[in-house]
Design a protein around this ligand. Structure first.
Ligand SMILES: *Cc1c(COP(=O)(O)O)cnc(C)c1O
Length: 391
């Protein structure tokens, strides 16, 4: 399947023929146990290379993992019950007591809490938070015991873009690994592994599934690293993805390349509208020339900049609330990457604001563009701004 394109791989890669009945779609293997050979073949009870028990390996997982490998060029993949389980599936196996990690300041809330509270206090792991978009700051944060650099690109919620290629070199020169949470772009718009990252992580709850009906997470990388992720995090920490949710996510993944093309096209049009709108205080979208790391994004994202925008409108708290309340097609909700547009408001009281660039500290919106038509979304934003009295 080496020379096939993403659209084809998303549909066909990993599929297993149903020899029993000839079903076109893979069955959901709702089984916790598998028959084990009685011919004297030795059985590795904790192994992940044969079907023994569904926490070690299961058939639906294998299909999804193979599809993800085909789309990312990874040698191996492990899927988990949530994006956070996938993140801990990297942090736990690759950090030991006394190790140091460099982590981007702009990151998902669980990543932030894990590295600020739990990992240092419970497991004696040293952490330096840095602006991941500032490559020199990453370099300066390296210590002799640095074992992991973890960055998010694009950053949630700012859409800041880190220079993965240079940071990978910094990590490798220091004898450390680079893990990249690329949830905001999904595995189509950015290819962290091909830029030198050792581990690529996604919350599959977002773009990969895309339909807002299942949680899930994945870790991708070299076989040697994934063996550790599977042995430690999957088998012994146990946050595995159920066969049913695996099947749902596999179905979602089949249309990922098509969805990312639409998300990217609509988001660029909406971002351009916001940029030209007098009611808008600022807008960041990696596809806009005005984005602080647009040149980097242009090199890394190949013309598809995903569907995530952050912006703010001019006006007081009441105007912001009225704007949200007036939106008809766009729902005020957390999560992102769904087929429908979702927006979330970080108001001035949010304790996350100090971690973000200056312009974000007065409050802002994180906007996940769905698959709707761009004219309809722009119309919805316009009427909501007018209703809020800011336009
Ligand atoms: C949502 C998200 C996660 C966590 O994923 P869950 O599936 O909710 O556990 C991790 N990283 C980023 C960037 C996210 O947006």
């Amino acid at each position: 399947m080496q020379n096939l394109h993403n659209e084809t791989l998303a549909v066909h890669a990993g599929s297993r023929k149903d020899d029993a009945f000839g079903a076109i779609n893979e069955p959901i293997y709702m089984t916790s146990n598998y028959r084990i050979p009685t011919d004297g073949t030795p059985v590795d009870w904790s192994g992940t290379h044969s079907n023994i028990y569904a926490r070690n390996r299961n058939v639906n997982q294998m299909i999804l993992q193979d599809k993800l490998c085909a789309l990312t060029g990874a040698e191996d993949c492990a899927v988990f019950a949530s994006g956070v389980a996938a993140l801990t599936g990297v942090f736990i196996p690759f950090l030991n007591s006394g190790d140091h990690a460099v982590v981007s300041e702009v990151c998902y809330s669980a990543t932030n809490l894990l590295f600020r509270e739990y990992l240092p206090k419970k497991y004696n792991i040293e952490v330096t938070f840095v602006d991941g978009t500032d490559t020199e700051a990453v370099r300066k944060a390296i210590r002799p015991n640095t074992k992991l650099i973890h960055i998010e690109t694009p950053g949630n919620p700012t859409t800041g873009i880190a220079d993965i290629e240079t940071i990978a070199k910094i990590a490798h020169d220091a004898g450390a690994l680079l893990s990249v949470d690329a949830t905001f772009a999904g595995p189509i718009c950015i290819k962290p592994l091909s830029l030198g990252a050792d581990l690529e992580i996604h919350s599959m709850t977002k773009y990969i599934n895309g339909h807002g009906d299942s949680l899930g997470g994945c870790v991708l990388g070299r076989t040697e690293l994934l063996e550790k992720v599977k042995d430690i995090a999957m088998v012994n920490f146990g946050g595995v993805l159920s066969p049913f949710n695996t099947w749902i996510i596999t179905r979602g993944l089949k249309t990922l390349p098509l969805r990312m093309a639409q998300h990217s096209k609509v988001a660029l049009a909406v971002a351009r509208f916001l940029e030209s709108c007098p009611a808008v205080r600022f807008v960041w979208y990696p596809g806009l020339e005005s984005h602080p790391q647009h040149e980097r994004a242009k090199k890394m994202m190949h013309g598809q900049y995903s569907g995530m925008i952050s912006f703010d409108i001019i006006g007081d708290e009441k105007a912001h609330e009225k704007f949200l309340d007036s939106l008809k097609l766009v729902t005020h909700a957390v999560s992102l990457g769904d087929i429908e547009s979702l927006i979330v408001y970080y108001d001035k009281t949010s304790d996350k604001l100090p971690h973000y660039p200056e312009i974000y500290r007065e409050g802002f919106f994180r906007f996940s563009i769905g698959l709707e038509n761009e004219e309809d979304l722009i119309e919805d934003l316009t009427q909501a701004m007018k209703n809020a009295g800011v336009l």
